[in-house]
Design a protein around this ligand. Structure first.
Ligand SMILES: Nc1ncnc2c1ncn2[C@@H]1O[C@H](COP(=O)(O)OP(=O)(O)OP(=O)(O)O)[C@@H](O)[C@H]1O
Length: 506
């Protein structure tokens, strides 16, 4: 008679019945073989290139012997070397990443279970004991499991994790720092996937430590996606300009001006054709924007009164446009040289009202409020830089749909700029190094996803070149085509309106 009793979790292997033990052993072996075959087939489908290479090599070896194999290896090496020389991007995307994925996959798969347990990504029993594969086979789904590993060419490994009941992506996010240390990575962040799963992104290398060169101006200006730098994932940082207002927040020296100059570079063809105009205000006395004065249709950096007038003139443009849109039954402004898209650049928003007297401050508040609440549909975008996103601009902050968080002083400021959960979603703008000006966190348009990016840097020579280029193209175009000249200039339209407004006020 058996001296042992079986529990539900022990399975047949815990039994004293020899036949049952043998049956279960055979079943488990068959199951393991099946799983191995299926995962090999999946790997072959996922990496067709490596599969073809492997099969060709094996065939040569079998058919021609070791000389055939060696010849095949040499041919493959020469082929890959040539590919790498002739077209590095496609080589990186198809070969380098595939090999990296295989290597990293093996590394993470052997270490993941230990890491998950060490950083406590485990669901506990009510009595406090852990559930995971090593305690009982029946509860194997209670620790966070590694589903898939993807290496990338930009130094980030992506791990798809399956969460056991009781854990949510936020739990993994709280362990990110520990996971980064355990895997020897610079940092880790969690990205959403479908319910029950999440992506863990482990950064092994930071491509944004190097300064990003100015993005060459493209012939057509796409105001919904102006390239201004490079994203951490290697893609271009595209900024939406039409139909939004942009707030760029960053401590002094964070590189806010590189976002502004890169934006100007990105719309430069629009500036020369007259489809885009920039009205600029530099409350810091012209220190930042004056070198680009020739780019701007309107520019003020002297007195608060002048800057206020510029904003009020823009409100007048808005009023005219909204009447025109209403008459035409249209809801959104379409930029043309006759009615260009206007970008109002305000460097250091808080300083704008800091030195103005009460009456002017009130007028600035009113004008800015009108532009921010009604300007978007009329083809007006306000782009404002600010050092402190705190109380000085609290009334305006929420009126900027697009916000960029550069290096900030504390986590509270990160929440002020990108929203409550932004820091948990990976926006660690308060941890950006002073050695990497231009680095920023920004939300991907229309999603909750946050990306890290670096604005391109235009030095004084680049700025001078930009100004010369736009001026030269403007001259060429106005010489050849009168309709290309911007119609909405300082000289005519706003002056008459100012007179009307002053009459109204008196
Ligand atoms: N994108 C960038 N890449 C590399 N270096 C940059 C970048 N942006 C700025 N820098 C460097 O950092 C310095 C400070 O940048 P910048 O003047 O743009 O900061 P800021 O945020 O505008 O500061 P402030 O609010 O004090 O004007 C620049 O002089 C430049 O040398």
């Amino acid at each position: 008679m058996s001296t042992r009793t079986r529990t539900g979790n022990e399975g047949l292997l815990g039994s004293d019945d020899l036949v049952a033990v043998l049956v279960e052993a055979v079943l488990w072996t068959a199951w393991a073989v099946l799983r191995t075959v299926v995962s090999m087939l999946c790997a072959m489908v996922r990496h067709p290139l490596l599969t073809i290479l492997g099969v060709t090599l094996a065939a040569c070896w079998l058919l021609v012997g070791w000389r055939g194999g060696a010849l095949c290896i040499a041919a493959v090496a020469v082929g890959l070397g040539t590919w790498r020389l002739l077209h590095p991007p496609s080589y990186r995307a198809h070969v380098h990443v595939a090999v990296l994925t295989l290597v990293r996959s093996a590394y993470y798969r052997t270490r993941w279970r230990h890491i998950a347990e060490s950083v406590d990504l485990v669901v506990y029993d009510r009595d406090g004991s852990r559930h995971h594969r090593s305690t009982t086979r029946g509860s194997s789904n209670r620790s966070v499991q590694l589903v898939k590993v993807r290496a990338t060419s930009h130094g980030t490994d992506r791990l798809l994790l399956r969460l056991p009941t009781g854990l949510v992506p936020a739990d993994v996010a709280t362990r990110c720092e520990a996971i980064a240390h355990a895997t020897g990575c610079l940092s880790a962040a969690v990205r959403p996937d479908r319910p029950g799963r999440c992506w863990l992104e482990l950064k092994r290398r930071d491509d944004l430590v190097r300064t990003v060169s100015p993005v060459p101006a493209s012939e057509t200006v796409e105001l919904h996606a102006v390239p201004i730098g490079r994203r951490e994932d290697g893609g271009p940082w595209l900024l939406k300009v039409a139909g939004t207002h942009l707030l760029v927040a960053g401590a002094t020296g964070a590189g806010k001006s590189s976002v502004l100059w890169s934006l100007l570079q990105g719309v430069s063809r629009g500036l020369s054709s007259g489809v885009v105009q920039v009205w600029a205000v530099d409350p810091k006395g012209g220190m930042e924007l004056r070198p680009g004065r020739a780019l701007f249709t309107r520019y003020e950096d002297a007195s608060p009164e002048d800057m206020c007038r510029l904003l009020e003139d823009l409100v007048d443009v808005k009023d005219i446009r909204s009447r025109q849109l209403a008459d035409a039954g249209a809801r959104v402004h379409q930029p043309t040289p006759e009615s260009p898209h206007v970008i109002a650049v305000l460097d250091e928003l808080a300083t704008l009202t800091a030195f103005a007297d009460r009456a002017v401050t009130r007028r600035i508040d009113t004008a800015l409020g009108m532009l921010l609440t009604q300007g978007r549909a009329c083809g007006i975008t306000v782009v404002a830089a600010v050092q402190d996103p705190g109380k000085d601009i609290v009334g305006w902050r929420d009126l900027f749909p697009t916000r960029v968080a550069m290096r900030l002083d504390n986590p509270l400021q990160v929440s002020m700029v990108l929203g409550e959960s932004a820091r948990d979603d990976g926006a660690r703008a308060d941890e950006i190094s002073e050695l990497t000006p231009g680095v920023a966190y920004v939300r991907i348009d229309g999603t909750r996803e946050i990306v890290r990016a670096r604005a391109a840097y235009l030095d004084d020579r680049d700025v001078a070149h930009l100004v010369d280029d736009v001026s030269a193209r403007r001259v060429d175009q106005t010489a050849g085509d009168d309709s290309a000249r911007p119609v909405l200039t300082t000289a005519d339209l706003p002056a008459t309106m100012r007179a009307t407004r002053e009459g109204d006020q008196s």
